[in-house]
Design a protein around this ligand. Structure first.
Ligand SMILES: NC(=O)c1ccc[n+]([C@@H]2O[C@H](COP(=O)([O-])OP(=O)(O)OC[C@H]3O[C@@H](n4cnc5c(N)ncnc54)[C@H](O)[C@@H]3O)[C@@H](O)[C@H]2O)c1
Length: 464
């Protein structure tokens, strides 16, 4: 049995997980003859958007801007308003490439099926809901023979990580092309940096650092549910607050740095521990914050060879903001992301001081076109057009799992291994495939409107 056909073999075959620039599915497919999946009888691909929020709208805009001829034909969301806003915004930009009649707009938790039913084999489904539904939607897309673009993170817990790894194999076996929105790897600047590091420009990597420290952003901090809309829908509208929906602030905000730093190292950490806390639990309104996040995290990841990766995250108004990443080698160092998730320029230096005099290389001026959100679609559509093996799910799951490991270790205040995280039995949204508009939320408020939260050192076997 090859590693790719046995998800349980994952951690004993670490080389299989090398986070190289190659998509993992490519190796699995090298000797397998599978049919070319490109919507038959047409040179125009159809797109269905599932999850019509900010990123979903952005992903469709990235898709419709490609050379390949594409048309948006179906949309699904759980909120009418979100779908309507997204439709208007995309239609205004691409009037001729949006053809979504009212009976191709679906509201509800089963909307994903109806939207994908509007596609033909080889068309593209986009998944940009919070992560709780990735495996549900991916499973159906595979059954329908659809190519997929899905946003990060892919999982927040062990059971869904194992499930997604299994689904990834099924997608590769059907020769489906699947892109994952870890866009750093599609930044040309970071690809060049990756090559330079592999070529030894800064020597052996000794340690790496990622920082995403900012004010209170997204829906990470929540005041109590007011009773409207229904609790499940409200939690989804505040998905950064709930671990079942998103993996919380840690997974949603920090996965990019974790992913691209592991890529530079060509491997995944095997264990970690972390410290974190929550200083303010009362909102300026005087109401309590009821979300499941800490406000600060500092995680020390360890790779098999002892190399360290430090990931610091903070959501705190008034505190020092830092949003960048670095790699330190035996001969020099690199600024990986100068600003943001993968913001240019990337650059390398001799020694450990990133001064102008020490600079060895810097990526082209940020004004040169290199939009990783556009590039990731260029790569996906190139694979579809030219029938190249393309499946980013496995590395997307691993990046998500490593990120979850850091969050879990901090929330429990224990050392956690990758094997333990992958094989953990706690599934945070076990019935995500059965949700209806009337389903109870996976976590319920107590009489005071509070939800279960991590208690580091007290709750050590589960996060909450
Ligand atoms: N790659 C990146 O840089 C990047 C940037 C932003 C967001 N994202 C990711 O994209 C995803 C969405 O984020 P967003 O900022 O667009 O959030 P958003 O809230 O703006 O959009 C999510 C949409 O999904 C809808 N939705 C929720 N559950 C659904 C379901 N079961 N079926 C159909 N629709 C459902 C919501 O109503 C909402 O309209 C997240 O996973 C996020 O991490 C990635």
């Amino acid at each position: 049995m090859t590693p790719s056909s046995d998800p349980t073999s994952i951690l004993s075959r670490r080389d299989f997980f090398k986070a190289s620039g190659l998509t993992i599915g490519a190796s699995a497919l090298a000797n397998v003859k599978v049919p070319h999946v490109f919507a038959q009888g047409s040179d125009q691909l159809r797109i269905a958007l599932i999850g019509c929020g900010g990123r979903g709208t952005g992903a469709v805009v990235n898709a419709l801007g490609q050379k390949m001829s594409m048309k948006l034909v179906a949309m699904a969301d759980v909120f009418q308003q979100k779908l309507d806003n997204s439709y208007k915004s995309i239609k205004a930009k691409f009037p001729d490439q949006v053809d979504v009649s009212d009976d191709h707009k679906f509201i509800g938790f089963d909307g994903y099926k109806h939207a994908m039913d509007c596609l033909r084999k080889g068309d593209i489904a986009i998944f940009t809901t919070p992560l709780a539904f990735r495996w549900v939607h991916f499973k159906y897309a595979i059954e329908k023979g659809l190519n997929v673009f899905m946003e990060k993170p892919l999982t927040a817990d062990g059971p869904t990580s194992r499930r997604m790894l299994e689904l990834a194999k099924q997608a590769s076996a059907k020769n489906l092309k699947v892109g994952v929105g870890l866009m750093s790897r599609h930044s040309h600047a970071m690809q060049e940096l990756h090559k330079r590091i592999q070529d030894g420009e800064i020597g052996e990597i000794n340690f790496m650092r990622g920082y995403r420290m900012q004010g209170i952003i997204g829906s990470a901090f929540s005041e109590p549910w007011s009773g409207e809309p229904k609790e499940l829908l409200w939690q989804l509208s505040r998905f950064h607050s709930f671990l079942w929906a998103s993996g919380g602030a840690f997974s949603d905000f920090y996965v990019h740095h974790v992913d691209h730093l592991c890529w530079l190292k060509n491997s995944w950490p095997v264990k970690c521990h972390g410290v974190g806390g929550r200083t303010f639990r009362t909102a300026p309104s005087g109401k309590p914050y009821v979300d499941q996040n800490l406000d600060s995290y500092s995680v020390e990841y360890t790779f098999q060879d002892g190399t360290k990766l430090f990931m610091d995250g903070r959501c705190m108004n008034g505190a020092l903001p830092i949003y960048s990443s670095y790699a330190h080698g035996s001969k020099g160092m690199a600024i990986v992301s100068k600003s943001g998730d993968c913001g240019r320029p990337s650059s390398t230096y001799k020694g450990q001081n990133p001064s102008k005099e020490n600079m060895l290389w810097t990526s082209p001026d940020p004004k040169v076109a290199d939009d990783p959100y556009f590039n990731e679609w260029e790569d996906l559509t190139d694979a579809i057009r030219n029938d190249k093996p393309y499946n980013e799910v496995e590395r997307g799951v691993m990046a998500s799992l490593v990120t979850s490991m850091g969050r879990y270790a901090t929330h429990t205040a224990q050392e956690v291994t990758l094997d333990e995280m992958l094989n953990h039995e706690h599934e945070y949204a076990p019935d995500a495939d059965k949700f209806t508009m009337d389903s109870p939320a996976p976590v319920l408020a107590d009489a005071n409107g509070l939800y279960p939260v991590p208690e580091p050192g007290r709750k050590t076997k589960r996060e909450y």
